[in-house]
Ligand binder design. Structure first.
Ligand code: SMO
Length: 755
């Protein structure tokens, strides 16, 4: 029969909470991560890293290491001299990047900077050889904090005053508004430096084919096409000579969005030695030399009138960039500044953001990339204002949230309804009752508080490409230039394409993460893979489906508009004539294939609201999140199960930022949090039960109507959690907010209050 019994109407595929097709293999240990790959003859590479934060190299002797059995080579700066440098995205304005270091033999600018690389037959032989390298460094005074770097000597002549990025956004006359205001509140935050902490650390395997002069790179990357073009340029190759493959990527979070100096050394070693070379970062190397996130110092002031109308905002961010800049190194400073005043209708504002070179690990994008910093500063100011005005913080927000906006596809302006989400937040939390209960508990002496946040998440601008083809076996192949980092792209992308063809998702094969098999693309970052990558697939699928309809019409002897599809194939509308997908692929004259580049007309802005209830144990200072309600509007949800998974993950990382995580350097620039014994990642038992809800107002900015939500949880959760704890602490106060609010910090604050 042409119509199978399990036939599902086409519109039931999108929006279904399908389980991830990726999981069966991953759960059975059949995933293919970088370290699972070991081509015959594969060599192992390990790095000698600087043990000092800044200094002049006075001696480097690798002779003993080279002489050890099993050691094939020791690469130093001489082996990579003359190679190119990594471009830095000048997003939102100019950037003065420092040099791109690959291996150094004159000076070191950060603890963990690669100095030499040992390549050996086995990993342990490589490690043994590391011990035999003599490295002498004469220490120099370090610039570790952004404030110190801004006041200190220039670390590189290319970056005068160490100032690499400066962005300014303003509207109206903030100064005048401040002068006229009834209430002015301030906030100062020292954002924690964070480690993105993917499951598989950074890893790269390179193989050079000397005959074909071709380089193959397997890398845990979220931007395979950019890795390919950047690597080609740095090595002096044509892009066609390089193939980048991202197999299973165990999380990326921004950490894996840029090529690293280490990747270049691995590729160069493979080219020099003519054998495959693999490097897998240890967890310690990852904490030491992977890109960190956040780390800014921020301050802001908010002016209001007596009725709580927000009049003006001033904000200032200062980011410590570290000693080299990854491709997206300017993004956090730009993002933090450009999204203010967030969801609020503030007409007069002035926001400055600067980023400076420091003697620390590089700073990169990390889930949220500037948005969490902006949201935390703004939402602290709102809570302070509510305090000063004696007004309920939800009411204060509702008075100032921008009015709902219809959005407009032509101008690329997104729609929004912030009020609707906060109305729902009040309803879901039974807000008045909850407030009253918390008041009673406080009267009984309990340290309990309620915190709120509203946030925006600009997501998805620019382009992405896709190719959708009907294969001879009747399968539909969907190739995306976007990428996957473990967040279920295959499942969601298959749903988008299956919907268009009227088939089941199982009939759609998704190709990603291989530059030789997919059209060019940017990748999985900036919450863009669904709104932009998904929209590209949607449009390519529509074209390809239309071609299939035209060609089937000729075979079925009907009009193309009359062709119906289902999982069995294509049918005339009276269902008298039919052709299977495989038959069509074989019989049609032209391929049913479409490849497109989709350029978004505008930028989709996701948004949401969060409410947290938290308590502080008065004996130990331990924080406990009692309740967490998280509502978002991410537009069209392709798969609500995946959407919620993204929000869970984002909230977990946000909870880490609020309560647990901080990379700490001492005054010598040594990393005190060099292992997961000292750097506290959240565990399952740190997570509260979550109450999630979605509004799904389609965005007019892309044909899918989707907004990103991959970064959502880490933007909206920290302000709500921190606001709840600071509410619980009252009448205690923290003059400068320096997350994480660990039990020690809270315990000390409670003691102080009792003094
Ligand atoms: S921080 Mo994201 O991977 O753009």
């Amino acid at each position: 029969s042409p119509v199978s019994a399990s036939h599902r109407p086409a519109d039931s595929v999108m929006g279904q909470p399908l389980r991830r097709r990726e999981d069966a293999a991953l759960l059975r240990g059949q995933g293919h991560f970088i370290d699972d790959h070991a081509p015959p003859g594969c060599l192992h590479l390990v790095f000698l890293r600087s043990p000092l934060a800044r200094g002049r190299i006075t001696g480097l002797d690798c002779a003993a290491a080279r002489a050890l059995p099993g050691v094939v080579a020791v690469l130093t700066a001489a082996d990579v001299r003359g190679l190119g440098r990594l471009p830095v995205n000048p997003i939102g304005g100019p950037v003065q990047p420092p040099p791109f270091p690959i291996l150094t033999d004159d000076s070191v600018q950060a603890l963990g900077q690669p100095v030499a690389a040992v390549v050996a037959e086995t990993f342990s032989a490589a490690l043994d050889a590391l011990e035999q390298i003599d490295l002498d460094i004469e220490p120099l005074p370090t610039l570790l904090t952004p404030t110190a770097a801004l006041a200190g000597d220039s670390l590189y002549p290319e970056v005068p005053g160490n100032l690499a990025v400066e962005r300014h956004y303003s509207r109206g006359d903030a100064r005048a508004a401040f002068d006229a205001a009834a209430v002015v509140v301030e906030a100062q935050i020292c954002h924690p430096r964070l480690a993105p902490s993917s499951l598989e650390p950074r890893a790269t395997l390179a193989q050079w084919d000397a005959t074909a002069a071709r380089l193959t790179l397997w890398s845990g990357t979220q931007t395979p096409h950019r890795l390919r073009s950047d690597m080609a340029a740095i090595l002096g190759l044509e892009p066609e000579q390089v193939q980048a493959i991202a197999p299973d990527v165990g999380g990326a979070f921004g950490l894996k969005a840029s090529l690293y100096p280490e990747d270049v050394v691995v590729a160069q070693a493979a080219r020099q030695l003519g054998r495959p070379v693999k490097w897998v970062a240890s967890r310690g190397e990852e904490l030491l030399s992977g890109t960190h996130g956040r780390g800014a110092e921020s301050r802001g002031t908010l002016a209001l009138d007596r009725e709580g109308r927000m009049l003006a905002l001033e904000a200032d961010f200062l980011f410590p960039l570290g000693y080299w800049m990854p491709f997206s190194g300017a993004v956090p400073a730009w993002n933090a500044a450009r999204i203010l005043p967030g969801p609020y209708a503030i007409t007069d504002y002035s926001v400055t953001s600067r980023a400076v070179i420091t003697n620390t690990a590089p700073l990169g994008i990390y889930r949220g990339a500037g948005r969490p910093e902006a949201a935390l500063l703004l939402e602290r100011l709102v809570e302070e204002a509510a305090d000063q005005l004696g007004m309920d913080p939800l009411e204060l927000r509702r008075r100032n949230l921008a009015p709902s906006q219809a959005g407009d596809a032509a101008s690329g302006r997104d729609s929004s309804d912030y009020q609707a989400l906060t109305t729902e937040l009040a309803a879901q939390s039974d807000y008045e009752t909850l407030r009253a209960e918390i008041g009673q508990r406080r009267n009984r002496g309990e340290k309990v508080g309620l915190g709120l946040s509203c946030y925006v998440e600009p997501s998805g601008q620019g382009w992405e490409s896709a190719r959708v083809s009907l294969l001879p076996d009747g399968c539909i192949q969907a190739a995306t230039g976007s990428s996957a980092q473990g967040q279920g792209r295959e499942t969601a992308f298959a749903q988008i394409v299956a919907q268009v063809f009227g088939v089941t998702p199982e009939q759609v094969e998704v190709l990603h993460g291989d530059t030789a098999r997919t059209p060019a693309g940017i990748g999985a970052l900036a919450s863009r893979s669904t709104p932009i990558g998904g929209s590209a697939l949607l449009l390519a699928a529509r074209n390809s489906r239309e071609q299939a309809g035209r060609q089937a019409a000729a075979l079925l002897d009907c009009e193309p508009e009359a062709v119906l599809t289902d999982e069995a194939g294509l049918h005339s509308s009276d269902r008298d004539a039919h052709v299977s997908w495989a038959e069509l692929a074989r019989k049609s004259n032209d391929a049913c294939e479409s490849e497109i580049v989709y350029e978004a007309a505008g930028e989709a802005w996701g948004f949401g609201a969060c409410l947290a209830v938290a308590t502080i144990d008065q004996e130990t200072g331990a924080a406990r999140i009692e309740r967490l309600i998280y509502l978002d509007d991410a537009g069209t949800l392709v798969n609500p199960l995946l959407a919620e998974g993204q929000i869970h993950g984002g909230i977990a990382q946000g909870l880490g930022e609020a309560l647990l995580e901080r990379l700490v350097y001492n005054e010598e620039g040594e990393l005190l949090t060099g292992s997961l014994m000292d750097y506290a990642l959240p565990r399952a038992d740190d997570m509260p039960a979550l109450q999630l809800g979605h509004h799904s107002t389609p965005s007019p900015c892309n044909p899918l109507g989707a907004r990103g939500l991959g970064e959502s949880g880490s933007i909206g959760a920290p302000p709500a959690i921190l606001n709840a704890l600071l509410d619980a602490l009252k009448p205690g106060k923290l003059p400068i907010l320096e997350p994480p609010l660990s039990s020690e910090t809270l315990w000390r604050a409670l003691r102080k209050e009792q003094e």
